[in-house]
Design a protein around this ligand. Structure first.
Ligand code: NAP
Length: 312
């Protein structure tokens, strides 16, 4: 262990990268630690239509995040790829132990985001990656001209279903209620799309197949009726995409930081209950989890880290 950074940012999504940009511009020595690829959930989002200024036709999540990464780097934020296993957050110097090394900083900004919730059906693990997916951008092309089912009724489910219609010959949204949660503007596009069908009041209870997913049991939650959905004989398989919300990546901080349903509680300035520890983006208790709010959180957290360091 050599360097004590001013700030270590955990997570390279919009919140972490915005924090890196602002911390770098404030001339704080900054390290961003990300366990996978930058971007978090927007790295697997095809279309971003509501980030201010994002009007470029065909612009995707990955291209937006690539610019954010570049911008944070330009202002001096260092990057490292590691999985943090344990943290000591109390005390003047915060310590983080990763699989590859140990890291120290005066402040930590937690921007670890959230991961997709499992569908919750029998045999799900067995068919994940073998027909079941949680990322349309990653896996849609495997289902070129096949049938695909999407579980969920929120913005993600409906937007990703529309994206999947570019590949699949038919996309059926399976939703547990009889109306969508997605924003009205998104719903309108889906209802107008001739390739999209709906199974209302329904949940997937079991998936099956040989090597690949080829059948599932869907339950009508109102009548209790069970329906078996089989792959078309010529296809031999179908796709099932889950978009039913997210779980926060906060297990590392359990028992240390105040939380609500696994999301970290902060004040308006991103302070957690531990001095020098901030949280930003989807990991936080908040009302709107979007790229724009994540980026704003990251900026605020970095500026608060700067104030914290100046006053210590
Ligand atoms: P979400 O808004 O929480 O919606 C989850 C959907 O999955 C709901 O329709 C819910 O049904 C359903 N669901 C939850 N648990 C289920 C279960 N166990 N079995 C079956 N269905 C289940 O999640 P999201 O769509 O991932 O969006 C997360 C956040 O990101 C939201 O704030 C959303 O607005 C935002 N987002 C925004 C955009 C955009 O603005 N372009 C795009 C993507 C996401 P019920 O409706 O019955 O609760």
């Amino acid at each position: 262990m050599s360097k004590i950074y001013d700030v270590i940012i955990l997570g390279g999504g919009p919140a972490g990268l915005a924090a890196g940009l602002y911390a770098g511009r404030s001339r704080l020595s900054t390290l961003i630690i990300e366990k996978g690829q930058d971007g978090g959930q927007i790295a697997i989002t095809d279309e971003i239509e509501n980030y201010p200024g994002q009007m470029v036709e065909g612009e995707s999540g990955p291209s937006l995040i690539a610019r954010m990464t570049e911008q944070a780097k330009k202002f001096g934020a260092e990057r490292c790829s590691d999985v943090i296993k344990s943290v000591e957050l109390n005390g003047e110097v915060k310590k983080l132990v990763g699989a590859k090394g140990e890291y120290e900083a005066k402040c930590v900004i937690i921007a670890t985001g959230a991961f997709p919730k499992p569908i919750g059906c029998e045999n799900e693990g067995k068919f994940t990656g073998k027909g079941i997916s949680f990322c349309a951008t990653c896996d849609a092309s495997f289902f070129e001209d096949f049938e695909v089912y999407v579980v969920g009724g929120g913005d993600s489910a409906v937007e990703e279903a529309m994206y999947l219609t570019k590949f699949a010959r038919k996309v059926t949204i399976i939703h547990r209620r009889n109306e969508l949660r997605a924003a009205k503007s998104i719903q309108e596009k889906a209802f107008a799309n001739p390739k999209i069908a709906f199974m209302w009041d329904s949940v997937v209870v079991k998936v099956d197949g040989d090597e690949l997913l080829s059948s599932m049991t869907v339950k009508n939650v109102k009548t209790g009726e069970l329906t078996t959905v089989e792959a078309d004989e010529d296809d031999g398989l179908f796709g099932l995409f889950g978009f039913i919300g997210y779980n926060p990546n906060s297990q590392l901080f359990e028992g240390m930081l105040d939380m609500e349903n696994g999301y970290i509680k902060t004040d308006d300035n991103m302070h957690t209950n531990i001095p020098g520890v901030f949280a930003a983006g989807d990991i936080r208790v908040k009302s709107l989890r979007q790229v724009v709010t994540a980026a704003a959180d990251g900026a605020i957290a970095a500026m608060q880290a700067e104030h914290y360091i100046s006053n210590h």
